[in-house]
Ligand binder design. Structure first.
Ligand code: NAP
Length: 330
């Protein structure tokens, strides 16, 4: 039986002009899929803001409902892997890109995208992590998988007050790593320290313009969320056999570097993708969040908004002004 529901919608009102509003839709309007989910929580990520502002690299077709993350309860499932009442979460794949997303009371998706909420993780808690947490989790997983451990030295995290960065700081801190948080917000230093950062430094610290091929080796590892010259500076500043992960581009999508960190220092650069990443690896990360990697993410870094409050938060995240995570309650 069809159900009416509220959704945060983006429309192209004139060429290259987009407007958002809250609209009433019917579950009959949703795309085909195996699993209908009543969404309890979503979360705001940088990509949602791009979708909501009409970025065609993220979303080609409008009108659209953004929201790359959703957590809630199964209402109907044609796939036997899920049944009515199961608590589940969906992040990435095409959700919120060209499939209507989690900023709505209902989504319908293929069963292959759905992860059963692990015991020990709440629905709201899962959206405090959201794609940002999954991306941070994948980044930490790759550092460890590449052999980096807390005895080897400092781990630097860029965009540290942002969604991915703050999650990475908290997970690394929980696992006993010495974390250097790079942030443009002095106001975030105390919170980042309370989450596990040993040291907070400004963005200028990692903006080398010297053109030297290598710099003083300061870090055993790095989780970079911003790209550009910051990532280039990190690659020059890693210790022998150091590992950097790269997931984002808020500083710049360009990476001007040389081969020297790689051929003289054995440096490794690992790309992180949370969108298409293997479902079994996702389950490993979500299970970690329900157990050994569970973090006490400070309530002070979580803003909870309803659909009505989203437009303001989207404007803020586009300006790099959000510290921490925005959870959307439905
Ligand atoms: N690969 C993937 O699967 C994946 C998944 C999720 C996100 N991402 C990408 O990862 C990046 C971070 O996402 P997010 O959700 O954490 O975004 P976010 O919450 O907006 O955080 C980004 C942070 O970067 C810093 N920043 C902003 N502008 C900057 C600039 N010009 N130079 C240097 N630092 C700057 C700010 O932190 P400070 O003020 O503390 O410096 C900001 O809070 C985005 O590019 C996003 O698209 C990729």
């Amino acid at each position: 039986m069809s159900k009416k529901f509220q959704a945060f919608r983006v429309k192209e009102v004139a060429e290259k002009q987009f407007a958002t509003s809250i609209e009433s839709l019917s579950t009959d309007d949703l795309p085909a899929g195996d699993v209908l989910i009543k969404v309890h929580y979503s979360s705001l990520n940088f990509k949602d803001a791009l979708s909501a502002s009409g970025n065609k690299g993220v979303t080609r077709k409008f009108p659209h409902t953004p929201g790359i993350d959703a957590a809630g309860e199964v209402v109907e499932s044609s796939n036997t892997a899920f049944k009515k009442g199961d608590k589940v979460l969906v992040t990435g794949f095409d959700l919120g890109m060209n499939t209507w997303g989690g900023m709505a009371e209902y989504i319908r998706v293929p069963a292959e995208w759905v992860v059963a909420l692990p015991d020990g993780l709440g629905l709201r808690e899962s959206m405090v992590y959201g794609t940002a947490g999954l991306t941070a989790g994948l980044s930490v997983y790759q550092l460890i998988n590449q052999g980096i451990n807390p005895d080897m030295g400092k781990i630097v995290v860029t965009g540290a007050s942002g969604g991915v960065g703050s999650m990475a700081v908290a997970i690394l801190g929980k696992l006993g790593f010495e974390v250097v948080a790079v942030t443009g917000k002095e106001s975030a230093h105390d919170l980042l320290k309370s989450m596990g950062a040993k040291e907070c430094v400004g963005r200028d610290t990692l903006n080398d313009e010297s053109k030297r091929p290598l710099l003083k080796p300061l870090y055993a590892g790095a989780i970079d969320t911003v790209g550009g010259n910051m990532l280039a500076t990190i690659l020059k500043s890693l210790q022998y056999n150091g590992v950097a992960t790269c997931c984002g581009l808020v500083n710049s999508p360009s990476l001007n570097t040389s081969v020297f960190p790689f051929i003289l220092k054995g440096v490794r650069l690992i790309g992180i993708d949370s969108v298409e990443c293997d479902i079994d690896l996702r389950k490993v990360i979500w299970n970690n969040f329900a157990s050994d990697w569970k973090i006490d993410y400070p309530e002070g870094l979580i803003e909870e908004v309803k659909l009505e409050g989203l437009a303001d938060k989207i404007a803020s995240i586009l300006k790099g002004q959000i510290a921490g995570r925005v959870v959307v309650s439905l």
